[in-house]
Design a protein around this ligand. Structure first.
Ligand code: ADP
Ligand code: NA
Length: 380
């Protein structure tokens, strides 16, 4: 076995997409044919985005996903697992994500069909319209696919965009692994209310959501008969807010704290295991409620990192945060520290926020992820 295969890895089980953009004068109407003024292709999918962010942050990532057959699928693997590019115009002379890289040995090729795709019409007025082809991401092999969590896995990253059962299978495989695997879950797109109520929350160490997702989860798992009226009002204000600039921070803190205290008491959670909750707040940064072995749960609110340039494209900012968090937690562990060390943990979150600033200043999702060296340079 090579040294690379023995390094601690972050296992990312998730989606891989090709995003195809068509710039059009206006969104096409039924029956109409129009010409695009330009077109471009980018790698996307939440799994691939988070994998790229974690690798940029210095982690060794094992990508567990699927692409379609043929040269297209092959090109996707080559690009995803190729050299890290960093962000050219950040002004730091490095292309390096440290030891970070994406290993491809778990990417499956679905022989019967296409790589997942998003076809995005971008109109001049900023309106867009998107068609998704789940493709290989949702292909189910004829024999059930066994989740494989290699022994050197220390962290597992899951978003949805794959069959829901696969998310459950991987959480359960990680929970029963011989040595501790820290699981990080970003429920996007959101499972149904029934799926949320039956979800094995006790198998999740870190839940990463935005405020709307936090409201959706709380709205489903809080038992409406026993929840206090002010919490109910807070949940409603999160689910009704349509944009980040209307975020009710106090409501988000209240709901995150209630959810944090509820999880160990849910029927499924016989182990009494706690969860840590991180809620990103768009331009307003982040809040977290995390468990502590030495004190009461810690709630903290951190502002977003300073922008050095105007905002260009916030696509994939949440995925950037999630990947950087996974890599940051891995680094803490490798340095013999725990997330219980608040100063160390806050440092991890600040790196996530700085990476997100670089991301929103640059075009694209994966193309806008800076490397850890670029992040450190901003923090110096
Ligand atoms: P999601 O895409 O999952 O909704 P967010 O929009 O909350 O995630 O973005 C994640 C992080 O990206 C935020 O915590 C923040 O640091 C940064 N960010 C996102 N939008 C903006 C913005 N408009 N201005 C500054 N920072 C932003
Ligand atoms: Na971006």
């Amino acid at each position: 076995m090579s040294a690379i295969e023995q390094d601690p890895v972050c296992l990312v089980r998730g989606s891989i997409n090709i995003d195809e953009f068509f710039d059009v004068p206006q969104i096409v109407r039924p029956g109409q044919t129009i010409s695009a003024t330009s077109t471009s292709k980018r790698l996307g999918g939440k799994g691939a985005n988070q994998a790229k962010a974690a690798a940029s942050a210095g982690a060794v990532v094992l990508m567990d996903g699927a692409v379609g057959r043929g040269t297209e699928g092959k090109e996707v693997i080559d690009e995803l697992c190729g050299p890290l590019r960093g962000v050219p115009d950040v002004g730091v002379d490095t292309q390096s994500g440290g030891e970070g890289r994406i290993l491809e040995n778990r990417i499956r090729v679905w022989q019967e069909g296409s790589t997942g795709k998003a076809m995005i019409q971008r109109a001049q007025d900023g309106e867009n319209s998107i068609i998704i082809l789940a493709g290989a991401n949702f292909s189910e092999p004829s024999t059930p696919y066994t989740p494989l969590v290699p022994a050197n896995t220390t962290h597992l990253l899951l978003a949805n965009e794959i069959p829901f059962q696969s998310t459950l299978d991987y959480l359960s495989a990680a929970a029963s692994a011989p040595s501790k695997v820290t699981s990080i879950y970003n429920p996007s797109p959101m499972p149904s209310a029934d799926q949320l109520r039956a979800f094995p929350w006790h198998q999740v160490d870190w839940l990463i959501v935005n405020e709307g997702e936090l409201g959706d989860i709380a709205g489903s798992v809080f038992d409406s008969s026993s929840v206090e009226p002010d919490i109910r009002t807070a949940v409603d204000s999160l689910t009704k807010a349509s944009a980040h600039d209307k975020v009710d921070e106090k409501a988000a803190i209240k709901v995150a704290q209630s959810l944090h205290s509820l999880v160990p008491r849910l029927a499924e959670s016989q182990s009494g295991r706690t969860i840590n909750i991180i809620c990103t707040l768009g331009a307003k940064g982040v809040l977290y409620v995390r468990s502590s072995t030495t004190s009461a749960p810690i709630t903290k609110r951190l502002a977003s990192a300073k922008l050095l340039r105007p905002i260009k494209d916030t696509t994939g900012a949440g995925d950037c945060f999630t990947g950087y968090l996974a890599a940051g937690l891995m680094r803490l562990q490798q340095e013999g520290k725990s997330a219980d060390d608040e100063e160390a943990f806050e440092g991890v979150v600040k790196r996530c926020l700085t990476a997100c600033s670089i991301c929103v200043e640059n075009e694209g999702a994966q193309d806008s992820y800076g490397t850890i060296a670029q992040v450190e340079a901003r923090l110096a």
